[in-house]
Design a binder for this molecule. Structure first.
Ligand SMILES: NC(=O)c1ccc[n+]([C@@H]2O[C@H](COP(=O)([O-])OP(=O)(O)OC[C@H]3O[C@@H](n4cnc5c(N)ncnc54)[C@H](OP(=O)(O)O)[C@@H]3O)[C@@H](O)[C@H]2O)c1
Length: 309
């Protein structure tokens, strides 16, 4: 018969083991694990396709992946802006940098035609980075139907159609090595803050899509195409005009974190360690505290961006 003290000790150990396991995973992922981005560089020339690459995280990621040895296919909506990025990137090497234009808020594109020039290229990495909502005090009924559709389209439906079109190409590329598709997620999908419900819901769509497609490509006949959902906290960028700090890395720092963690074996994770700590705290807080915190923080963010607009 165990004494009360022994029962408490057993309960303590049982509670401690998952925490220690999580701590070990944290240390391994962010501080010990070597980058394995090079495993997507097979059967050269190898291409990475990045959407929303004319600014912020997408632009920084384009530069980072080019430096790692990838050829690039960049997406933007403003030809002048994306051409400038192409020129900047090309200064660092002689590899290919291609681009295509599409307004992601509109999904009435002929995706097959849009991707046709790239279907013979060895694409091994796709980063669905395009997305945002914009800072406004409006509730959902303050948006027009077109605005609502635009938010959902550029955050969720555009990446869905692009993936649908690219998948046969990605399976071909996976015949010579692993292929990865990343969806840029947000902490907003974990806490769904006020005034960002449509954005948070669109990112949750990507989370479910990444999980479902990842298992789909592994069941019955594994194809070697993997999917990841990146939980992103605040990052200094064109749409997030904050001063960089420990919790708000620059887009360049964040791009390095994405490349360092890609293909780490987790399907949903934070590429940046401080965001992982923030996610853990928000889970411990529970919904009530999260909602209270967000209700205080979001008006400040909106006010700040209105001032900078
Ligand atoms: N920054 C953050 O704090 C943060 C936090 C969580 C998640 N994220 C996610 O990270 C991703 C990148 O965000 P970011 O902060 O780097 O934003 P950003 O600096 O504003 O860059 C967004 C990129 O997407 C493009 N884009 C926006 N709307 C588009 C449209 N309708 N059609 C085509 N292209 C469009 C922009 O093109 P233009 O250059 O023409 O504007 C730009 O290239 C997004 O998915 C965002 O939701 C960011």
């Amino acid at each position: 018969m165990l004494s009360a003290l022994e029962i408490l000790a057993v309960i303590g150990v049982v509670l401690l083991v998952p925490l220690l396991y999580r701590l070990w995973n944290f240390i391994w992922l962010y501080f010990l694990r070597p980058s394995t981005a090079h495993k997507y560089l097979h059967a050269a020339p190898t291409y990475a396709l990045i959407t929303g690459a004319s600014d912020g995280i997408g632009k920084a990621l384009a530069k980072e992946l080019y430096d790692q040895g990838f050829n690039l296919i960049l997406h933007g909506r403003n030809e002048q802006k994306i051409r400038k990025v192409v020129e900047e990137v090309r200064r660092n090497g002689a590899r290919d940098v291609l681009y295509f234009l599409a307004d992601a808020s509109d999904v009435n594109h002929d995706f097959e035609r849009m991707m046709a020039p790239y279907m013979n290229l060895n694409i091994t990495l796709v980063v669905h980075n395009v997305g945002n909502q914009g800072f406004t005090k409006e509730r959902i009924d303050g948006f027009s139907n077109a605005d609502v559709a635009g938010i959902v389209n550029r955050n969720a439906i555009f990446p869905l159609h692009l993936t649908h079109t690219l998948l046969p190409r990605l399976r071909l590329s996976a015949k010579t090595g692993p292929v990865l598709v990343q969806f840029m997620g947000s902490l907003a999908s974990e806490i769904s803050p006020p005034r960002f419900a449509i954005y948070g819901a669109s990112k949750s769509f990507l989370k479910a899509l990444a999980r479902g497609l990842d298992t789909d490509e592994q069941v019955w006949t594994p194809t070697g195409v993997h999917f990841e959902y990146l939980v992103t906290g605040q990052v200094q960028s064109n749409s997030m005009r904050l001063t960089a700090s420990l919790g708000t890395p620059t887009s360049e720092t964040y791009a390095k974190a994405i490349v360092a963690r890609m293909g780490c074996g987790w399907r949903k994770y934070c590429p940046f360690w401080v965001h992982a700590v923030q996610l853990w705290f928000s889970e411990v807080m529970g919904e009530g505290m999260q909602d209270k915190y967000a209700a205080g923080a979001i008006p400040e963010l909106i006010a700040l961006h209105e001032k900078k607009a």
